[in-house]
Design a protein around this ligand. Structure first.
Ligand SMILES: C[S@@+](CC[C@H](N)C(=O)[O-])C[C@H]1O[C@@H](n2cnc3c(N)ncnc32)[C@H](O)[C@@H]1O
Length: 241
């Protein structure tokens, strides 16, 4: 049924793992919302964000939206559009909905692609982004490690294609964070070794989740597989950790 009222879509960052790192604002919305969307890779319906949010939900139905893990832009754009249509059909009924993201919704998240698609389909829809604690802020907290101090600078990189910008980043940043390390970890570690920074790198896996692991000896990781939920914090300035 189409309603006069258009619902609000909340893009909710649920933080990196620990349900206690869900913000009060996010928890309040989750406790009253009845429609929750999460991203799934298409191959399965596994959503870590939903698991994190679960204890805050009271009466919500969760729908997994398939976002194929591919670098084919046309396939991704089609999935974004189809998923945006599904969300729009809820908002048009006057219902509010939440789209859950791991960490922060505007940091390497599908939500960043959904927003323009939703605005195109339903310009009058209200979108409210609820920021979340990012994986790397939680990782730095696990290590009690300042990311930047005083006049220092921080660069956040994607390792999805091998952290091609790593060489440039270490020239201009004191600390470099690399997310999505898992697929091209060997290449990333090789680059760090060439730059003389392998001993300046710390890998954090499953931060705040069961099986959290912190590896300060990055050399020991060079040949092994790296899990999806892993990130690197690299101290690029001469002063190591
Ligand atoms: C698609 S990005 C999502 C980033 C997220 N929106 C954020 O704010 O941190 C997925 C990557 O985030 C990092 N990540 C997310 N949660 C993590 C966790 N609990 N522990 C370690 N790395 C995590 C990993 O590098 C993973 O490959």
């Amino acid at each position: 049924m189409v309603s006069d009222r258009i619902g609000t879509l909340y893009g909710i960052g649920v933080g990196p793992g620990d349900p206690e790192l869900v913000t009060v604002k996010a928890a309040n919305i989750l406790s009253r919302i009845s429609c929750v969307f999460t991203a799934s890779s298409g191959a399965n319906d596994h959503s870590i964000a939903l698991k994190i949010a679960r204890s805050h939900l009271r009466h919500a139905d969760a729908t997994h939206l398939p976002f194929p893990m591919t670098r084919d832009d046309a396939v991704v754009a089609q999935a974004v559009l189809e998923n945006a249509r599904r969300i729009v059909s809820v908002l048009k009924k006057g219902e509010d909905a939440a789209f859950l993201t791991l960490g922060d919704p505007l940091t390497y998240s599908t939500f960043g692609r959904l927003v323009p698609a939703l605005r195109g389909l339903l310009p009058e829809a209200k979108i409210a982004t609820i920021p979340g604690i990012t994986s790397y802020h939680a990782a730095a907290a696990s290590l009690d490690l300042p990311l930047v101090q005083e006049e220092e600078s921080l660069t956040v990189l994607s390792g999805a294609t091998g952290a091609e910008r790593l060489r440039d980043a270490v020239m201009v940043s004191d600390t470099v964070v690399v997310l999505k390390v898992y697929r091209h970890a060997a290449r990333i570690f090789a680059t760090l070794e060439q730059l003389g920074l392998l001993d300046h790198a710390i890998l954090v896996t499953r931060c705040g989740l069961e099986g959290e692991r912190i590896v300060t000896d990055a050399r020991s990781l060079k040949d092994g597989p790296i899990p999806y939920l892993s990130l690197l914090i690299v101290r690029a300035s001469p002063q190591a950790f």
